[in-house]
Ligand binder design. Structure first.
Ligand code: PGA
Length: 254
């Protein structure tokens, strides 16, 4: 069986000025060496074009897009503008956007569809709060988020990855047990197949939340974990490179 290359994506959040492009180049060199892994970075908008210009082996994408193609939306950036930088994808529905800007599932779906309409790939984030997990509602929460935010349309599944990011694991150093990761990823897979039929089988499901060089191999070896969305540990070539190397080893032993 051919196993898809693991997809390791760095979310730089609101970190990085032009000096950080040197770090992106160093990450690009690691990715060129470890071609069994698909690597990408999502820097702030201000670095998209500059990063596209200096890397060769990694994908570059945005962290969010506006739903509209253009117009009187001060401070916002459209999917077409992201595509125009040469970027190839965008994250949508990150919990920091859902939380700080009140983005609903319907907003997230509209963003995903706006991005796919201009041929950007989409990484759609879902995940439960700690209270929801403690109440035994993690799977139901994620299922509801997917039901409300998965993009519709004939080719939606082909341009999609889903990132499962439990909110309590983001930036905290805490990660769910491997059993819990396996259970949620299996549930997400079932939801994707329900939504897209056979095409749902090919959608990559990434795990995100405190991924680092020490835990990446174990997480990536879990069934249906097709990659990782990495925040803090993606900011240097040293720490992100170690995660890419771990992913490469896991892939080789499959
Ligand atoms: P973290 O962030 O790796 O710093 O926990 C992950 C994310 O928010 O995508």
């Amino acid at each position: 069986m051919v196993v898809a290359r693991p997809y390791i994506v760095g979310n730089w959040k609101m970190h990085g000025t032009r000096g950080m492009l040197a770090e992106a180049r160093a990450i690009d060199r690691v990715a060129a060496r470890l071609s069994a892994v698909e690597v990408a970075l999502a820097p702030p908008y201000t670095l998209l074009h500059g990063m596209v210009e200096v890397v060769q082996s990694i994908g570059v994408g945005a962290q969010d897009v506006h739903v509209a193609g253009g117009g009187a939306y001060t401070g916002d950036v459209s999917a077409a503008m992201v595509a125009d930088t040469g970027a190839g994808f965008t994250i949508v529905g990150h919990s920091e956007r859902r939380g700080a800007y009140g983005e609903t599932d319907a907003d997230v779906r509209a963003k995903a569809e706006a991005a796919q309409a201009v041929d950007l790939n989409v990484i759609l984030c879902v995940g439960e709060t700690e209270a929801q997990r403690d109440a035994g509602k993690a799977e139901a929460t994620v299922a509801a988020q997917l039901a409300g935010s998965l993009p519709q349309g004939e080719h939606a599944a082909a341009r999609l990855a889903v990132a499962y990011e439990p909110i309590w694991a983001i930036g905290t150093g805490r990660v769910p047990s491997l059993e819990d990761v396996a259970a949620i990823h299996a549930a997400i897979r079932a939801d994707l197949v329900k939504a897209y039929g056979d095409a749902g089988k090919g959608v990559r499901i990434l795990y995100g939340g405190s991924v680092n060089a020490g835990n990446a191999a174990a997480l990536l070896a879990v069934a249906d974990v097709g990659g990782a969305l990495v925040g803090g540990a993606s900011l240097t070539a040293e720490s992100f490179g170690a995660i890419i190397a771990a992913a490469s080893l896991v892939h080789e032993t499959r």
